[in-house]
Design a protein around this ligand. Structure first.
Ligand code: NAD
Length: 449
């Protein structure tokens, strides 16, 4: 940290050519090692190459390319207006790097969730200490090796380990902490950050609802919900956690979801090369436990040895059961029937503001009503997950699902300090502000209106 701090203070990271060089190194890291990265993701999570590309290496490449195309324009000093009271000064905003940033990552997209924040930190001219998740060890080891090879340790340093390592890092004073993980650990991070008054970005999770109404094409909605839920075996922070469905359509929707699952993964998803595995035994046991809390419509098969849990739809989950209270983070999708839209809205209010809300409705008026009634980090209408992949949009939560945002320009802003600068003129020095004030206030009021 001392070396990084000294390197940052030298000013070396600030210039645009240095930043460009680092961003190009990040791109080369992905391009040169894509197959090794995909192998590590398969070892940790049984991720198919398609999913590894779409949600990890391809996403990081998109983030780097977008940043490379725009960071110089984001770096530009922004001139802003100046009130008459400060005449004849000028005012501007400068985006300055914060310094040495700590990035703590989870295991579910273990490459992308290290690299995408890192691209933001480097594009904004910072140094970074990176703590990958110990629960995806193959990816953590590889990421550590590659970051060591493509970046100077003065700029990027990887520290591998678990909660103890993370807590040791959190005792240090950083200039920004970017944490992706669970709300419970988010609280620990926020408390540690408060000790040094360090700004934090919290990218957390929660129960993201999908609300379907009777105006939609049920088959299409079921396909999109099944895809977004079972991608990465449901271990996605913005996966639809549960579906609220009009009671009279529940049975039809069960059939549509079952069809979609069979079409995607075959009659026995265990043999599908496209369906991922649960990350650890502890998470397997946790998700496995949800299967007993309702009626299994489809799926329900498990194999502890390979940490396989079939893509499952659960109906009639018991009131107060864990599957309805905790973030599921696995391939189990509860269906909750509702009688009126107000009931559906009320249901979502049992939990903190979610990271995502998905509205499936053709009615513009309903879409607006639900967006207004249910605060969430982000939303997609008539689809799910895809709000994540548009780098023009901020990605982040609110309330219990996080604070702050990133991606594209929003990463740059997160990792920059906005410095306010007024340049005062010296050729004139109106005496009105100086004491003695007698007789000046009336004049000043007139001038300022
Ligand atoms: P986690 O909070 O258990 O771990 C995240 C990181 O924190 C890991 O690097 C871990 O080593 C570290 N950590 C764990 N316990 C700690 C402690 N006591 N003190 C300090 N550090 C500690 O989260 P996870 O299980 O890796 O990931 C799943 C969670 O992350 C879910 O809630 C999911 O919704 C959320 N998530 C959010 C996003 C997002 O972008 N908002 C993305 C992915 C995952």
């Amino acid at each position: 940290m001392e070396r990084q701090r000294a390197f940052f203070r030298s000013g070396a990271t600030q210039g645009s050519s240095f930043r460009r060089h680092q961003l190009e190194a990040a791109r080369a890291l992905v391009d040169d090692n894509e197959s090794r990265i995909h192998e590590a993701l398969r070892a940790d999570l049984g991720k198919s190459e398609f999913e590894a590309f779409v949600s990890e290496t391809g996403q990081v490449r998109a983030e780097v390319n977008h940043t490379l195309s725009h960071f110089e324009e984001w770096m530009e000093v922004v001139g802003v207006g100046t009130p008459l009271s400060l005449f004849p000064s000028s005012s501007e905003i400068r985006y300055e790097p914060k310094g040495v940033c700590l990035l703590i990552a989870p295991w579910n997209y273990p490459f992308q969730l290290v690299m995408a924040p890192l691209v933001g930190a480097l594009g904004a001219g910072n140094c970074a200490v990176v703590k990958p998740s110990e629960l995806a060890p193959a990816t953590a080891t590889l990421t550590s090796e590659l970051l060591g090879r493509y970046f100077s340790e003065d700029l990027v340093r990887v520290v591998t380990g678990g909660a103890d390592t993370s807590q040791a890092l959190l005792r240090e004073r950083f200039d920004h902490i970017f944490f992706t993980g669970s709300p419970a650990v988010g609280k620990i991070v926020a408390k540690a950050a408060a000790e040094h008054l360090t700004p934090v970005t919290l990218e957390l999770g929660g129960k993201s609802p999908a609300i379907v109404d009777e105006t939609v094409d049920l088959r299409l909605s079921a396909r999109r919900i099944a895809w977004s839920k079972y991608l990465n075996a449901g271990q996605t922070c913005i996966a639809p956690d549960y579906v609220l469905i009009p009671a009279h359509l529940a049975q039809d929707f069960e059939t549509r979801l079952t069809e979609a699952i069979h079409r995607f993964y075959g009659a026995d998803p265990k043999t599908s090369p496209d369906f991922a595995r649960i990350v650890s035994d502890a998470h397997f046991d946790r998700v496995r436990g949800y299967l007993d809390e309702g009626r299994v419509v489809v799926g329900g098969e498990t194999d502890r040895e390979s940490r396989y849990i079939a893509p499952t739809v659960l109906a009639e989950a018991r009131e107060g059961s864990r599957v309805l209270e905790e973030e599921i983070f696995g391939p189990v999708l509860p269906l909750i029937p509702y009688r009126s839209l107000d009931d559906a809205i009320e249901w979502t209010r049992r939990h903190p503001d979610p990271l995502a809300l998905y509205v499936f409705s053709k009615s513009r008026e309903r879409q607006e009503r639900l967006l207004e009634a249910i605060p969430a980090g982000g939303s997609t209408i008539n689809d799910a997950l895809v709000q994540f992949s548009n780098l023009e949009l901020p990605f982040g939560g609110r309330g219990g699902s996080g604070a702050g945002s990133y991606h594209g320009r929003f990463s740059f802003e997160t990792f920059s300090h906005k410095r306010a600068i007024v340049r005062a003129a010296t050729w004139i020095d109106p005496p009105v502000r100086y004491p003695p004030y007698r007789g000046k206030l009336r004049w000043l009021r007139k001038l300022l209106g």
